[in-house]
Write a protein that binds this ligand. Structure first.
Ligand SMILES: [Zn+2]
Length: 271
């Protein structure tokens, strides 16, 4: 039970939704994160997973999770911000993960969008592998960030025999790549991208995959859904992603909500 329990039940009328990727701890929400959390609860979003980007942000992220009910922390070192990560950060991550209190390691992965040099690719790979080992040791799932790098991410997961699974956040790969992740015990994070008609391929992929392989996310404050394209994204918009997904799959929103929430709960061991 949490202090938003009643408003969740009243307005959800569907099921309790879980935003599996939401940066409520970042500067864009510093003035009103509590109000945003309340509005998200009123929209039926009862749990939010807050993924980390760098070590400097961990204390704030953990604080927001302490202050706001239903907010669960993940800690990790994001592949895009190599210059922010110091030599002791992986060891510190390991210590904090062992101390408990997080639901996942993330966000971690590979980002080859801007065609990094060989050296930077290698550093991303080393960082990713080190964090996968930490997650494996702690038997925690991972939140994967992958751009232009799905085949490389899949190769690392196979090579390390990473068996705990996780969420491939903001997935925009092919149907075949999605299936490879699913075969490795992962699920696909579905966000605001699917609300744009031009996102043909990913709309087709999420319509075709088994419902049991999908979870919902906003990635707020980034990737706002189409109706809010010029606004700051917010977890309160999660129902729009739900309804869009249900429409694309020609399924009842209630079924999509219940199934995606159950999948997230099981994977992340939310109690
Ligand atoms: Zn993110």
């Amino acid at each position: 039970m949490n202090r938003f329990g009643s408003s969740c039940r009243e307005s959800a009328a569907l099921a309790e939704l879980i935003d599996t990727h939401c940066h409520l701890d970042v500067a864009e929400f510093v003035d009103d994160y509590h109000l945003v959390r309340q509005r998200a609860a009123a929209a039926g979003v009862c749990e939010l997973i807050l993924p980390a980007v760098d070590r400097a942000g961990w204390p704030r992220l953990l604080e927001v999770c302490r202050l706001e009910s239903g907010c669960r922390p993940a800690l990790g070192l994001h592949p895009l911000y190599l210059q922010r990560h110091g030599p002791g950060d992986v060891e510190e991550l390991s210590r904090r993960i062992e101390a408990g209190e997080v639901v996942a390691v993330g966000e971690i992965g590979l980002d080859f969008w801007e065609q990094p040099s060989e050296t930077l690719r290698r550093r991303q790979l080393e960082l990713f592998e080190a964090q996968l080992r930490i997650a494996r040791q702690a038997s925690l799932p991972v939140l994967i960030h992958a751009r232009k790098a799905h085949d490389q991410v899949l190769a690392v997961l196979r090579r390390l025999r990473f068996g705990r699974g996780g969420i491939v956040h903001a997935f925009s790969g092919s149907r075949q790549q999605a299936q490879c992740y699913i075969d490795l015990g992962f699920v696909i994070g579905v966000g605001g991208t699917i609300t744009y008609q031009r996102a043909n391929r990913v709309r087709g992929v999420v319509a075709d995959l088994p419902l049991s392989a999908l979870v919902l996310e906003t990635d707020a404050p980034d990737i706002p859904p189409a109706h809010h394209r010029h606004e700051r994204n917010s977890p309160e918009f999660l129902p729009e992603i739900l309804h869009c997904l249900a429409r694309l799959r020609d399924q009842e929103p209630r079924l999509v909500a219940a199934t995606t929430s159950r999948t997230a709960r099981t994977l992340l061991r939310l109690t």
